[in-house]
Design a protein around this ligand. Structure first.
Ligand code: GLC
Length: 646
């Protein structure tokens, strides 16, 4: 039982006794979490020196709770009663840049019906707070954690939007850029003027001695545009740690004041009416010389400390781990050992995402099976965000041991994937770009829109209808997998109409050094307006996706109560998993090959399917036939097989 379950239990007892004052319940939650909070706090900040900060933290928590609105406090309690609401099959998400979607918050508000039309009821809005003009990493360099940038609108408009969204039962997710601020943030500005208190809010050094020590083992995140992990700031006359871009200063969490101030910023963000907070780049939160300064045990303690405090103040708000790290490391962000279920409720399923792209390129599913089967299952209270594309690159974060088990060399295999997606391999239909190639070690990542990576751009250029159809099937197949796998599917805005790469970033001086902008297009409303009256690739993708979304929401077996069961298929091109909630079963089958593939009935029996029962493809509603004891799967076919009763 995690802490959230304890709070639910205690609150329900109180409800029975009608002692439901939010203040009482706050005290109750505080006493339930207090021992965990103190042990986490003192393990990061030794008691001898930091006891006063601990008392400061407790006072601050009371103050932060008193600042939360009445309305949000009662929503917190409703959410608490709902249990693990984030595991529902009824949630379907979309991620978007507010300005690129429809200009600003007002524009977004006007488009709420578009989400209804597609069936989206969970929105990830990327940063809307103030940021430096010029380069700002799409707002991930923050000047404030809660002041809305005037380009997006006003607080009032945002609050009107959240109210309306809440009325529609829309879940809202915003980013908390927890690892770094911009170099224009008020603390950075004070540090630049020589204020030592604020220099200690960051990792600042007078010379290269310590930076050199760190850099011996720290990997470079943006080797092309921001090599190294430190930047010399002339005004300050010091080196400052900048793991990402030179204008993003890493916060120094070894300083307890930084933790307390950032908790306050986190709550201010939550108080804007946000349901899910995306902890950005959280793997980087703790740095240590001699390590790669990622995924360190202290980072986990720190995240859990944030979690335990936020849960006391705003128990309805949950956390998403943006940890795009190796499969074994991602799982740890749900919390391990005594912290199980007490770290983040949700994590990006970056492993599934990267493995799907591997299967598209290789047309084989063996690495996908092996990796998914061997990754430890996540805790029962957690869930995934399943996605195929987002605003970032696709990292090739596969487990080397699993690649070797396929008989492939990890470096050659990654090189092949880079060739396939971003170096124009002659037989590849993909049109992507390389992101941050590092000639020192041959590492590179991939960027591009889902549709362009899946061959639609090339197929349209060649006016090849067969290729266009195949590309549409691939787009629908990958989305079908994220809609059925277990977790919250997150569609990247534009992918629902097969938006192609946007090469205009090369002409923008603020974007040209970052090829991820090729997949940050403006939402194409002209095309969307024409959807009801057009019959082409855009409408086929939109309608296909909409149908699957509608079906997902009706199938309670898709709630993330039990993990998908992966059945390693005897056909190397076919990916098959089973969703089973103890009452009903659905088999999700995908053919990653461009040729028709078959599965023999005897194998289907062996995994518990009874083909003689009337099975239907739950997406199309059509009955599934078996010819010569074989299930036939056309190129890039994707089916959800289940009984007609479902
Ligand atoms: C996250 C964001 C990415 C950003 C980075 C640094 O990974 O998704 O866009 O560049 O954090 O803030």
């Amino acid at each position: 039982m995690n802490q959230a379950a304890l709070h639910r239990l205690m609150a329900s007892k109180r409800w029975k006794k009608s002692e439901n004052s939010p203040e009482d319940l706050f005290q109750l939650r505080l006493s339930t979490n207090l021992s965990l909070i103190s042990s986490l706090f003192f393990s990061l900040y030794p008691k001898e020196k930091n006891e006063l900060f601990f008392y400061q933290l407790l006072n601050r928590m009371e103050e932060l709770f008193s600042n939360r609105s009445k309305e949000l406090k009662s929503l917190d309690l409703e959410r608490l009663q709902d249990g693990n609401w984030y595991q529902s099959e009824r949630l379907v998400g979309m991620q978007l840049y507010v300005d690129r979607f429809n200009k600003n918050i007002k524009g977004l508000h006007e488009k709420l019906t578009y989400f209804d039309e597609l069936g989206v009821n969970f929105l990830h809005l990327m940063p809307i707070t103030t940021r430096p003009s010029g380069e700002n990493d799409g707002g991930y360099a923050v000047n404030s954690y809660y002041e809305i940038d005037s380009k997006y609108g006003t607080k009032k408009e945002f609050s009107a939007f959240t109210k309306q969204a809440r009325k529609k039962n829309m879940v809202l997710m915003l980013d908390f850029v927890v690892n770094h601020t911009s170099d224009e943030f008020e603390w950075a500005k004070k540090a630049k003027t020589g204020d030592e208190k604020y220099q200690n809010y960051y990792y600042t050094y007078p010379d290269r001695q310590i930076p050199d020590e760190f850099e011996k083992t720290m990997p470079e995140i943006f080797p092309e545009s921001a090599p190294g992990s430190f930047t010399y700031d002339k005004a300050m006359g010091k080196w400052v740690m900048t793991c990402f871009n030179t204008y993003q200063w890493d916060l120094n969490y070894t300083n307890p004041e930084v933790f307390i101030e950032m908790l306050a910023n986190l709550v201010r963000l939550a108080n804007m009416g946000v349901d899910v907070i995306r902890f950005d780049a959280l793997a980087f939160l703790w740095k240590k010389i001699g390590t790669d300064s990622q995924n360190l045990p202290e980072a986990h303690q720190l995240i859990s400390l944030f979690r335990m405090c936020l849960q006391v103040i705003a128990p309805g708000v949950i956390l998403l781990a943006e940890a795009i790290v190796s499969p074994r490391n991602i799982i740890k962000y749900f919390g391990e050992g005594p912290l199980e279920g007490n770290e983040c409720e949700v994590a990006y399923n970056a492993s599934l995402m990267a493995l799907l792209w591997n299967s598209i390129a290789t047309k084989k599913t063996s690495l996908l099976h092996k990796s998914l089967q061997e990754i430890t299952t996540k805790p029962a209270d957690g869930t995934w965000i399943n996605y195929i594309r987002c605003h970032d690159d696709i990292g090739l974060g596969y487990d080397d041991d699993f690649i070797r088990a396929m008989g492939w060399s990890p470096s050659e295999h990654r090189n092949f994937l880079l060739d396939y997606y971003s170096r124009g391999l002659d037989w590849s239909p993909a049109k992507g770009l390389m992101f941050m190639y590092n000639p020192k070690n041959g590492d590179g990542r991939i960027t591009g829109s889902a549709a362009s990576l899946l061959g639609l751009e090339e197929a349209l250029e060649q006016e090849d209808t067969r290729k266009i159809d195949q590309s549409i099937s691939k787009i629908l197949m990958l989305h079908g997998i994220i809609l059925s796998y277990g977790g919250i599917p997150l569609i990247y805005a534009g992918d629902e109409i097969g938006t192609l790469n946007d090469y205009s970033f090369t002409k923008d001086s603020d974007h040209k050094n970052d090829s991820r902008w090729v997949n940050r297009p403006m939402q194409d409303w002209k095309t969307i307006e024409k959807l009801p009256t057009t019959e082409n690739h855009t409408s086929q993708i939109f309608k296909g996706l909409k149908k699957m979304i509608q079906r997902r929401k009706k199938l309670s077996v898709f709630a993330d109560k039990r993990p998908a069961i992966i059945h390693p298929s005897p056909n190397e091109h076919v990916f098959l998993f089973e969703r089973n909630d103890g009452k009903s079963k659905v088999w999700v089958i995908s053919n990653f090959d461009e040729h028709t593939q078959f599965l023999h009935v005897s194998w289907l029996y062996s995994i518990g399917m009874s083909p003689e029962d009337s099975l239907v493809n739950l997406i199309s509603g059509e009955k599934v036939g078996f010819k010569n004891n074989l299930l036939e799967l056309e190129a890039y076919a994707h089916v959800w097989l289940g009984s007609t009763q479902l």
